[in-house]
Design a protein around this ligand. Sequence first.
Ligand SMILES: [Zn+2]
Length: 449
Amino acid sequence: MTGAVTVDLDRAVANYQRIVRLATVSRLDESEVDWAPFDEFHRLIPEAYPALTAALEAIPTSTHSLLYRWPGSRGDDSVVLMAHYDVVAVGGEWSSPPFAGTIDGEGENAVIRGRGVIDDKASLVGILESVEALVASGFTPVDDVYLAFSHNEEVLGDGTPGIVDILENRNVRPRLVLDEGGIVGESIFPGTSRPSVQIGVSEKGTSSVRIVCTAPGGHASVPPLQTSTARLARAIVAIDAAGETPFVSDVTRRLIADIGEGATGALADAAAALAGPEEDVVRHFSAVSPDARAMVHSSAVVTIIAAGHTVNAVPEEASATVNLRIAVGDTVEAAIDRLVAAIDDPGVRVEVIERGGPSPVSPSHGREWDGVVAAIAETYGDEVLVSPYINNGGTDSRNYTRISDTVYRFSPCHMTLGERGSIHAIDEHLRVSSFTDGCGFYTRFISTL
Ligand SMILES: [Zn+2]
């Protein structure tokens, strides 16, 4: 029997604070990274998690990322639990130092503040504490369980791709990969009638292109009739005017049907529209929230504009970077074709910088789905409605889609809208009870593996 295994919560919270105190800030330019806190985290694990360290095989990576294998009793199948231990840099004035792991308040009202308390150290420590407790209780999973902790997720770094390469070389084909994603708590869909949780089963693609306009330059006192800057401006206005392109996947239809039941306002209208033309579903669901609108569209937005170097010279080149977010059902090629058609100017060159399409859609039924849903129900109550959704943003887990058919994005973290809004912002904070509930989720879930 393993159902009774629980994490020692006082110990877990103390370790959570210790790990939050490590300023594991990742940076795009690795030469600017202070590696001491990363090394400190590597040293902390054997000391704070001795049972885990003894039972699990530490698989060397060529980076600061960590990979462990917990051998299963049968071991002919495997599951990967992901988290990242890097955090984004801090800015602004915090109420308490961002790497102090300060806890204010008592009991249910206790709140921990610090960079990374939510993203992603709540999951990271939840996994470590749960595995430690389960190993110490004598539990052995049936499947091999891999713990994969990236050191540079926040800068889209090489940590996770390197881990996936290692697993692929070992012919590991996980039956399930679980990464951060949907949360528990106040809904991002106003109008829902009951608490709801979304598990990410896919994510939109991210691609970037640069549009480049060239024209004769020269002295600004005798400007040419056609300038690169005016041409670029026309292209940008055309991209903006073309707007977003609707796509409603089967996953989003199920989500709308689930959360729309008993709902009010635009969400209820969206659910009622499911029986009719798609454009009505798109119109009503887009009115629910900006997140909802992004879920039913591919988008193109200009993020960087560059031209000119001095006040009195007409630039020969003007360029803009366009960030494309590509919905499930759409493709990179089609999105670029639409962009070219919208610009409708053969003199504007389009260069592809980054090409990423939507991730394959994992199944939202079957053993893996049921396992995660059951652990959610045991932790947060049966009344919580669990639905699949497509993440608007990108996660490291998309790298795993080449070795696994079932990749879920879910963070067992109960969050208020204020807590959710503090991610990557000033005063990132979380109720300590939300962290300890997350430990409960991982313990229950891992004990079924
Ligand atoms: Zn994260």
